[in-house]
Every structure is written in C-alpha cells, then in structure tokens.
Design a protein around this ligand. Structure first.
Ligand SMILES: Cc1cc2nc3c(=O)[nH]c(=O)nc-3n(C[C@H](O)[C@H](O)[C@H](O)COP(=O)(O)OP(=O)(O)OC[C@H]3O[C@@H](n4cnc5c(N)ncnc54)[C@H](O)[C@@H]3O)c2cc1C
Length: 392
C-alpha cells in the first residue's frame, strides 16, 4: 500500500491521524452522508508511507498487562452531577493537570460541533465533561500531542478506542509520558447529521439550540438529555427523552453510526487505553451494597502498568473492586461491536432523499404512543427503578 486512500471505506475510522502527513497531502472530506474519509492529493503525495504508519486500522494489539476493574465515582457531588457517569473523565484529567501535564478530550465549540482540545487548567476541565454522541474532530491534535511529549510534558488523551489507537501510533517513540483512557463506545454518528437535527429542533421551537447535553442528571443517571433553546423572547430548557427525539432514538438503536463501527475491532475485552471508562450499567445487580447511585457511577478498567500508577495516585475518587465478567453482561460494547441492522441503510437513503427532515418525518410516523415511554418512565421514583433492576 502506498497511502491511506487504499484503506477500504468500511474499515476507516475517520480519526484523522492521516492528516498529519508531512506533505499536507491528506485531508478528511465529508461523503454524502457526512462521514469523513481521507482524500489524498496525488500531486503532493510522495508515497512516503507516513499516513499508513499512523493509521489505527493497522494498529497491532496493545500492551494490556492483566486487567483489574472497579466501580468508581467522584466524591465531589458537583463533578458527579455534571459528568455522564461517575466523573472519571474529569477526575483523571484533574490528576494529570496536578502533575503539571495536559489533558486532551472532546469539547463542544460555540456552534455545538465537537472537537478534541488540549487543556492545562483545572478550571477548564468542565469543557470536556460529559458524553457527546457524535464523532469528535481531532484535527491537528495528534501532532500537537507529539510536540508536547517531545517537549517533556505528560499528556492524558481521552477518546474513543480508535482515537486512542491513533494517538498511540502517532506518539510511537515518545510514549513514556503519554497516558490514555478509552471510553466504552457504542459507535459514532457524524456532525453533519447532528447539526441538521439541532437546526430542526431549533426551528420546531422558533429559536436556536444554544446548549446541548446528551446526559442530564436532573432526573437521575440515565439517558435523558437537555437542550437549552433561545428564542427572540425567552430562553428555556427542553428535556431530551430518547423516545421523543429522532437523533437520540436512532443513535441508541445503532442506526446512525459510521460504517466501521459495526465491525469495530476495539469493542472487546482487549482494551487499547491504559484505563477504560464507561457507564456501570447493571450495578444494581452486581453491587447491590453500593448505595446512592442516582448521580451515576462508572466502570473503570485498569489495563496496564501506567493505568495502575494513575489509580494508585488518584484522590477524590471512591472505588470498589468489581468482577469484570459480571460487568460485561450489562455492557454490550465491552464484548462486541454494536449490531448492524439493514434498516440503517433505509435511514441513510431517507437522509440522501430529504435530509434530516425526512428522518424526522419517519420517526414521527413510526413512534406512535411509544413517544411517551421515557417521559412516563422518568416519573417513576428512582428507588423504585433501582429495586426493579436489582430483582432482574
Ligand atoms: C460516542 C460515545 C459512545 C459511548 N458508548 C458507551 C457504551 O456503549 N457503553 C458505556 O458504558 N459507555 C459508553 N460511553 C461512555 C459514557 O457515555 C461516558 O462517557 C463514560 O462513562 C465516562 O463518563 P464519566 O462521567 O466517567 O466521564 P466525564 O467526566 O463525563 O468525561 C467524559 C469523557 O468522555 C470524553 N468524550 C466525550 N464525548 C466524546 C466523543 N464524542 N469522542 C471522544 N471522547 C469523548 C471526554 O473527553 C471526557 O474525557 C460512550 C461515550 C461516547 C462519547
């Protein structure tokens, strides 16, 4: 192979590592659906192979050295409330900043696009808190991280497993001070579709969505989000229930992900990061003795010696050792990639025919009374939900 244009589309993760081409010959461009793929400028390409050396499709295993798993959460109630699960993205980021290092994670920008940013100030950690269920753009960050490592700064990178594999490949030879944390990942949709969905949501309420969160804990830990909408006359918050919102509904059903996500080699017990974090779904059954989980709790897996070092040095986190086999029963993407359903192609075709509007119309037509399911569920007291889950 001469360059990344030869990597098959269904394999490409769209991580953007190949854009680090020394000749600036590779750029990611959106396809008709909005998924980004590398395009090689033949005039500039010297076939040096740098893009392939950095491509995580060619990633060969990790240095996993025996795993230990924990149920873990921040002791700080504010951090817990603002995070998606147990606030580990925040707390482990804080550990790195206290060491004098930098943290790279996914943040919203002012237009509600998601980008990886590098921060070195604890007061900015809130920018990367919370899950954004859309593929984050990593433009330029791999090179930035390598430069930081070369200058002697420790760096913590948090991202999807494919992004973690990309950063590890980019940092080959400078990895001593690189720490990585991969998230358990259900798959990534693209920013074009998400943007159209937000525009549609804004129009529906005669305003503009100015803030969006996929995981808002006002109604407890779960998959209810919140949008802040601004109109000419007022500003208000709208709960984002997955059975009421087309984007969230189709995302969680696995219809919006990038093609490569359905065969993701990283969605398994073999993890790519020093630490892996995700929601500790099923905690009620695995650890009925752990109380007060309404604000969320994470599953944290330590995969390497570096991961062990982080965990030994962490403060501000409450953690209990857990049985990974049991945790895997409740977390599909720790075992295998999300399932592929042919209905995804119907949805993608609808998008080509009429943009997000067509998808929204189909959603409205099909959802019927199920639309109210999540709103009704949210009315059930959390202790009742917990009891039901415990007895499953
Ligand atoms: C696309 C996606 C799919 C996920 N699928 C699952 C799943 O199937 N099962 C499961 O258990 N958990 C899943 N998670 C992880 C889960 O939602 C929480 O992010 C995780 O439990 C960490 O929560 P926390 O409270 O510990 O971290 P927080 O303190 O809230 O920090 C969140 C961290 O996630 C990173 N992050 C947020 N959005 C993105 C993004 N778009 N791309 C890359 N990094 C991002 C941030 O950089 C931050 O460091 C997914 C997350 C994402 C982004």
């Amino acid at each position: 192979m001469q360059n990344v244009s030869e990597i098959k589309h269904e394999k490409c993760y769209g991580c953007g590592a190949c854009e680090g081409c020394p000749m600036e010959a590779v750029k990611l461009k959106e396809d008709k659906f909005g998924f980004r793929y590398p395009h090689v400028d033949k005039e500039k390409c010297t076939a040096c192979g740098a893009c392939l050396r950095g491509c995580p499709v060619l990633y060969k295993g990790n240095n996993q050295q025996g795993q230990t798993a924990y149920a873990a959460r921040s002791r700080n109630q504010k951090v817990l409330s603002m995070s998606s699960s147990g606030g580990l993205g925040y707390e482990i980021g804080r550990w790195m900043i206290k060491k004098g290092g930098m943290v790279c994670g996914a943040a919203w920008d002012k237009d509600l696009l998601v980008k990886h940013v590098v921060i070195n100030d604890e007061r900015e950690l809130d920018k990367i808190q919370g899950s954004k269920y859309v593929q984050s753009k990593c433009d330029g960050v791999y090179t930035e991280i390598v430069n930081l490592l070369k200058s002697g700064y420790p760096v913590l990178f948090v991202g999807t497993p494919c992004q973690v594999a990309a950063v590890k490949m980019a940092a080959d030879g400078y990895e001593d001070y690189l720490y990585t944390m991969d998230i358990i990942c259900h798959g990534v949709p693209n920013q074009k579709m998400f943007k159209e969905y937000l525009e549609m949501l804004g129009k529906k309420y005669s305003g503009k969505v100015i803030e969006f969160s996929f995981r808002d804990k006002q109604r407890g830990w779960g998959t209810v989000g919140k949008a802040k909408i601004k109109t000419d006359k007022k500003m208000f918050s709208l709960p984002i229930y997955k059975t009421e919102q087309s984007y969230y509904y189709y995302y969680l059903r696995g219809f919006l992900s990038r093609q490569s996500c359905y065969a993701c080699p990283f969605a398994s017990r073999e993890r790519v990061g020093d630490i892996t974090i995700g929601d500790y779904w099923g905690i009620e059954s695995v650890h009925p003795e752990i109380k007060d989980i309404e604000k969320g709790i994470s599953l944290m897996i330590c995969n390497t010696e570096k991961g062990k070092k982080i965990i030994q040095e962490l403060s501000g986190i409450e953690m209990v050792k857990t049985d990974l086999d049991k945790a895997c029963r409740y977390n599909g993407q720790l075992v295998k990639p999300q399932g592929y359903d042919e209905k995804r192609e119907e949805l993608m075709q609808l998008y080509i025919d009429g943009g997000w509007k067509s998808i929204e119309e189909r959603f409205d037509k099909n959802i019927g009374v199920r639309r109210y399911a999540d709103r009704v569920k949210a009315m059930v007291p959390r202790w009742v939900v917990r009891k039901i889950k415990q007895n499953r």
